[in-house]
Every structure is written in C-alpha cells, then in structure tokens.
Design a protein around this ligand. Structure first.
Ligand code: HEC
Length: 177
C-alpha cells in the first residue's frame, strides 16, 4: 500500500466511524413529541380565529365560487389552504386567552380541530386537481366544521372583542383607513 492509498483507506475508516457515531448520536438524541421543548401559544383563540383561520377559510370559499380561476388564483388558494391546515394544529393547542386552555383540554375541541384539518386536506386535494366543484363541496363541509365547533364552544360575544375582519364582508363598504 502506498502512503496515498493508506491515507485514502484511513479517511474511509474515519468517515465510516464518524457516520456511525453521528447516527448513534441522532438516534439517542431524537426527541419524542412529549419530551420536546414546547413554545406556548402567544396568541388567543379569538385572535387566531380572526387573523388566521377566518382569513384563510374565506379565500377557499371565494375560490369555490369564483367565476374563473387562473393558474395564479389556484396557487394563491393553495397558500391559504396551507395556512388553514397549519392553523388546525394551532387551534388544537389552545392559546393565551382566558378560556382557551379550558377549551383545548376538552376532547370535543380536539375532535373539531381534527375535523377542520381533515376538511382542509380535502380542499387541498381539490386544489391540486384544479377541481372547482370539489373545492366548493369541501368548502361547504368546512363551514359545517366551523359551525359545529362554534355551536359547542363559541360565546355570543368574543372573549377579547375581536370580530370577523370587516373587509371580508363583500358588498359592504370597505374599511380603508
Ligand atoms: C375547535 C373549535 C373551533 C373551530 C374548528 C373553529 N372555530 Fe372559530 N372560534 C372558536 C371559538 C371558541 C371562538 C371564540 C373565541 C373567543 O371568544 O375567545 C371562535 C371565534 C371565531 C371568530 C371570531 C369571533 C366572531 O364571533 O366573529 C371567527 C371569525 C371564527 N371563529 C371563524 C372560524 C372559521 C371560519 C372556522 C372554520 C374554517 C372556525 N372559526 C373554526 C372555535 C372554533
């Protein structure tokens, strides 16, 4: 073996040991869900509903009823559907509002959050297929999920007084200031 060959073999051995070592470390240190550090929600359910859930859902409903959908419109709708999908998990976590953890600790809350996620996944399938009829249909099932959870939990007056974003009220004067 030449010096160069020896050093190549040596390097290979060191690399194999390193990668075994790395795997060993990553298996040992792989955190499970329960062990992982968890950052508490920094927003209330009321605020998350209005700023994320409602905002994204309206775009899905609008797309279901739009007269035409360009490629760009489909892409935009997909972004909102992804927001809504992620917000399902956020909603399931509760929030920093007074009533939020009481809600999140209720099994029925988790069922409704999971349903919202499931319907949003269906909407995403329709979006990927550019199937507007299917999108409209999944949008209708999505409303049932919003209303189901609202009937079970939502107070008549939002706990933090944050209401549905006014400029989503089509046909109403826009608030521009
Ligand atoms: C897991 C339960 C749950 C689901 C699912 C849910 N919501 Fe909510 N939502 C609530 C609760 C509870 C409140 C009231 C929060 C408060 O008052 O602190 C609320 C409040 C709201 C509000 C603001 C209050 C108001 O009266 O205007 C809007 C808007 C809203 N939700 C829209 C939606 C939409 C749209 C969907 C479906 C895409 C949805 N929500 C799905 C539980 C849910």
């Amino acid at each position: 073996m030449t010096g160069r060959e020896r050093s190549v073999v040596g390097t290979a051995i060191v690399m194999a040991m390193l990668s075994m070592g790395l795997y060993g470390v990553s298996f040992a240190a792989e955190p499970t869900r329960t062990e992982r550090e968890f950052i508490e929600m920094q927003t209330s359910i009321n605020a998350t509903m209005v700023a994320v859930v409602d905002w994204a859902a309206h775009e899905i409903w609008e797309a279901g009823y739009a007269e035409t959908m360009t490629g760009r419109n489909w892409l935009t709708t997909k972004q909102f559907a992804i927001q809504l999908l992620a917000s399902g998990t956020l909603v399931s976590l509760g929030g920093n509002g007074k009533a939020d953890m009481g809600w999140a600790n209720n099994a029925e809350w988790q069922t409704w959050s999971a349903k919202m996620i499931q319907e949003t996944e269906r909407a995403l399938v329709a979006i990927d297929a550019k199937d507007q009829a299917a999108l409209k249909e999944s949008g209708e099932r999505l409303v049932d999920t919003c209303e189901g959870c609202h009937d079970a939990f939502k107070p008549d007056i939002p706990t933090e007084g944050i209401l549905h974003v006014p400029h989503h009220e089509y046909g109403e004067p826009l608030i521009t200031e």
